[in-house]
Design a protein around this ligand. Structure first.
Ligand code: GLU
Length: 284
């Protein structure tokens, strides 16, 4: 497909990795082999002349393990404590790997409030621009430790789409534990068909994502479709692909037909604030 070939020309790329792509499913502990491969892929993209932003989850999971909590925390204050411990550890690991490849990386923690106020939004945009112009790879996460609203309403699929819109990326890649979009939940329906390309997100696709009994069953497909709507309206192509092997990143950029591709559909009246959740908006 011709469009896949255009991915090689992308200049500014946002990549999101989920917790499941960074931890071992059996133990919940960090998968350092995967993380190292991710860092190698990102640095190589940068060395190819791309501007790269990473949106990484994992703070709460890493913190939970560090604190020795057996159960997944449900109390907000415990989640926030986990995020506080885990975010620092997560960055320590990222920095160690990036240093091995002589790549400068930075941390940006965002809340929805960062985006609601125009002045804050401009500041954030300027910081991204400056970092990217300096050849830095910013690593973004929600500021879970202080932002109750982020934990309640936020997810990193949405955050990565917001970041794409903010920095006007031309490509967003969501790495997850699923291969892409299916007509139905492939775990439940053996006849579910893989969708390789989405020209425009219409009602048909929204129904597919909602059709599954559990959102988790399709890897949180509803939030991914919302992210796709936001990112493509802001002018970025988006790919959902399986992060089981981080080597998938250069294969995507090289134009291989992997994952589901959503074509950019920039709307003339795109305004980022319209895409932020109403309950959070009221806080502004
Ligand atoms: N910000 C959360 C964390 O780092 C993860 C949110 C998400 O994966 O959607 O633990």
């Amino acid at each position: 497909m011709i469009l896949r070939k255009t991915l090689k020309e992308k200049k500014r790329i946002v990549i999101k990795v989920g917790t499941s792509s960074l931890t071992h499913s059996e133990t919940g502990l960090m998968d350092f082999i995967k993380m190292e491969k991710l860092v190698r892929e990102l640095t190589d993209l940068h060395n190819r002349g791309k501007e790269v932003v990473l949106v990484s989850s994992g703070a709460i999971a890493v913190g939970r393990k560090a604190l020795g909590l057996k159960e997944r925390p449900s109390a907000l204050s415990v989640k926030q404590a986990c995020a506080s411990v885990g975010q620092a550890r997560l960055m320590m690991s990222y920095q160690k790997f990036f240093m091995e490849y002589n790549q400068v990386a930075s941390q940006i923690l965002m809340t929805k409030n960062t985006l609601i106020h125009e002045e804050n939004r401009e500041n954030a945009r300027n910081t991204f621009e400056t970092l990217l112009s300096m050849g830095v790879i910013p690593i973004v996460n929600e500021n879970d430790t202080i932002s109750t609203y982020e934990i309640r309403f936020g997810d990193n699929d949405t955050l990565s789409a917001i970041v794409s819109a903010l920095v006007q990326a031309d490509l967003l890649i969501l790495l997850s534990d699923i291969d892409g979009l299916f007509t139905d939940d492939p775990n439940r329906n053996p006849d579910a068909k893989f969708i390789e390309y989405v020209d425009r997100i219409d009602e048909r696709f929204r129904k597919m994502a909602k059709g599954s009994a559990s959102d988790v069953g399709t890897g949180g497909m509803s939030t991914k479709l919302n992210a796709a709507r936001l990112a493509t309206s802001a002018g970025a192509d988006m790919i959902i692909a399986n992060g089981a092997d981080m080597g998938i990143l250069h294969r995507i950029i090289d134009g291989e037909r992997i994952g589901t591709m959503f074509k950019a559909n920039r709307t003339d009246d795109f305004y980022l604030i319209d895409y932020l959740d109403a309950p959070v908006k009221k806080q502004g």
